[in-house]
Design a protein around this ligand. Structure first.
Ligand code: CU
Length: 527
């Protein structure tokens, strides 16, 4: 989240709710003093093909009394036919939660790292399609105030050309302040660690065959990752204390997120696990566990490991936390990927162990197994005719409209656009607004942005004609090109047109849309 969001949130006094929120009544309190609350934000009506970044600014459901959150389990569900919550969990290949980030202005659990100055709001929970369950070790909780205000920043990706209506749900285990056990719970604070801190869309690209030994680590292996500016993957600890929990977020293709600690003047003792940079120690490596039958690291059928309940590194003021994210590079290129860890700290606690002299468990455990919504892998059936059997046509332009790639010709457009070596083919996305008004504005999104459908032109291995699913197609074709999301507002790249690189050699090139992976096309280059 960047300056753009910060400015707009500060000016948000007159903002209206984007949608009506619904609070599903809390379940009865359990005898252990813990309430099991079920919240549902929405319904969000997601336009066909949408991949937009939006915010719910008002009435985000939350606990209404003071207390502690000790566990949180996120999900995405369909609205029922009557619009109410909750229907089924959608197949990940149809619609999925690209991300949800909850921000709060609550003082008792004041967060640090990313976005601590967004008009007093800081992020404290995040969920992507890996749907990691937050569960704090016994005796710790995130303090929630009755008067705290929450904002929900969300990106829901509708892979189809049909509208969908969904809710983001989050089950919270909550200990009210009035419960007898509340006095045994210590408050913890979130530290938002992100390899692209302070960006509203904190992403980077990983190219196939880049890095070393089939792996690419960001920012370590990136050329000039921060454009000469300050490293965005570091956080300097200002409250001494004890870290009690963390888990990573990454995207398909991701292998692990790493959290390291640097301490000026300190040297790691033998027996500790070295971190990525000299002088650092490894606090935790959050692994991606892929569940699909081949365990290929290519889909959202993934869980992340979280720290075990006894993980307790002590940190001092002036220590520097460092995050990096590692992706595989043998199978495909991975575009617009992330590396994020929310780290929880008990301030001013000296109960932790010194990570420079003691080894920590750095493997952890997954918070859930395979989820049933991740069943539709794709890549099993051949679809229709081979596109390379179409006639050639002499054109330099392809229109992307109505979820199709349409060669611009005088006659039949059912043909393979064909250019000569050294020339390029230009794609223009007519499904997204080209107006400057369609820039991202999380507080008051323009109607043109809300109606924008972003498409990409991304190389996939020929014939790129199998049925789509969560593991097919991959960005693994000749030329390794990608247009980015053609559109004005983020995650659009700021323009609606893109031209193929003039460096591509003669051949037949098959491509797909990363946002709507059933969209396919082909072009040819003659020698
Ligand atoms: Cu598309």
């Amino acid at each position: 989240m960047g300056a753009e969001l910060k400015r707009t949130i500060i000016g948000a006094a007159i903002a209206v709710a984007l949608t009506l929120a619904m609070l599903v009544p809390a379940a009865a309190a359990a005898s252990d003093g813990v309430e099991h609350l079920h919240f549902a934000a929405g319904p969000y009506r997601v336009i066909p093909g949408a991949n937009l970044i939006l915010d719910q600014l008002n009435n985000v459901p939350k606990p209404t009394v003071n207390g502690f959150m000790v566990r949180m389990k996120p999900n995405l569900v369909y609205a029922q036919p009557n619009g109410k919550c909750c229907g089924k969990v959608p197949s990940t290949s149809v619609i999925h939660l690209h991300h949800g980030v909850w921000l709060s202005n609550g003082a008792a659990g004041q967060g640090e790292g990313e976005g601590t100055s967004y008009g007093g709001f800081y992020p404290f929970m995040a969920a992507g399609e890996e749907k990691t369950t937050y569960e704090f070790p016994p005796g710790f909780g995130y303090p929630i105030g009755a008067g705290d205000k929450w904002i929900l920043n969300y990106m829901i990706h509708n892979l189809t050309d049909k509208p969908k209506s969904v809710y983001i749900t989050y089950d919270i285990d909550f200990v009210p302040e009035t419960s007898a056990v509340a006095s045994t719970i210590a408050p913890i604070h979130p530290i938002w660690m992100d390899v692209e801190d302070d960006h509203i869309y904190p992403v980077f690209n990983v190219h196939r065959h880049s890095g070393r030994d089939g792996r690419f680590t960001f920012p370590d292996m990136a050329k000039n990752p921060y454009g000469g500016g300050r490293p965005l993957n570091l956080f300097t600890v200002d409250h001494p204390g004890t870290l009690v929990a963390t888990a990573g977020h990454l995207h398909p293709g991701g292998l692990y997120d790493e959290l390291d600690l640097l301490r000026p003047g300190a040297r790691p003792r033998p027996g500790t696990t070295p971190g990525s940079v000299p002088g650092s120690v490894r606090l935790f490596r959050s692994y991606a566990r892929y569940w699909d039958p081949h365990h290929a690291p290519v889909s959202w059928d993934v869980s992340m490991t979280a720290t075990r309940a006894d993980w307790r590194p002590a940190v001092k003021s002036g220590d520097v936390l460092r995050i990096s994210a590692t992706y595989e590079t043998k199978l495909a290129s991975w575009y617009e990927v992330m590396g994020i860890m929310v780290v929880w700290e008990q301030w001013n606690s000296d109960q932790g162990i010194d990570p420079f002299s003691h080894r920590l468990d750095q493997v952890g455990e997954v918070t859930h197994g395979h989820l049933p919504e991740n069943f539709d892998y794709g890549g099993t059936q051949f679809l229709g005719v081979n596109p390379t059997s179409a006639p050639l046509c002499d054109t330099h332009k392809v229109l992307i409209a109505g979820f199709s790639y349409i060669p611009v010709t005088r006659g039949n457009s059912n043909c393979d656009p064909t250019i000569r070596r050294g020339q390029s083919l230009t794609f223009v996305n007519a499904d997204a607004s080209a107006s400057p008004l369609s820039k991202l504005n999380p507080i008051a999104p323009d109607a043109l942005y809300l109606a924008s459908v972003f498409h990409t032109v991304t190389s996939c291995a020929g014939p790129c004609r199998l049925n789509y699913g969560i593991a097919y197609p991959l960005s693994n074709g000749a030329g390794d090109y990608d247009s980015g999301e053609l559109g004005i507002g983020t995650p659009g790249v700021g323009r609606v047109s893109w031209s193929t690189p003039t460096t591509l050699g003669p051949g037949t090139y098959t491509y797909y849309c990363r946002i709507h992976p059933w969209m396919r096309g082909v072009f040819r280059i003659l020698g």
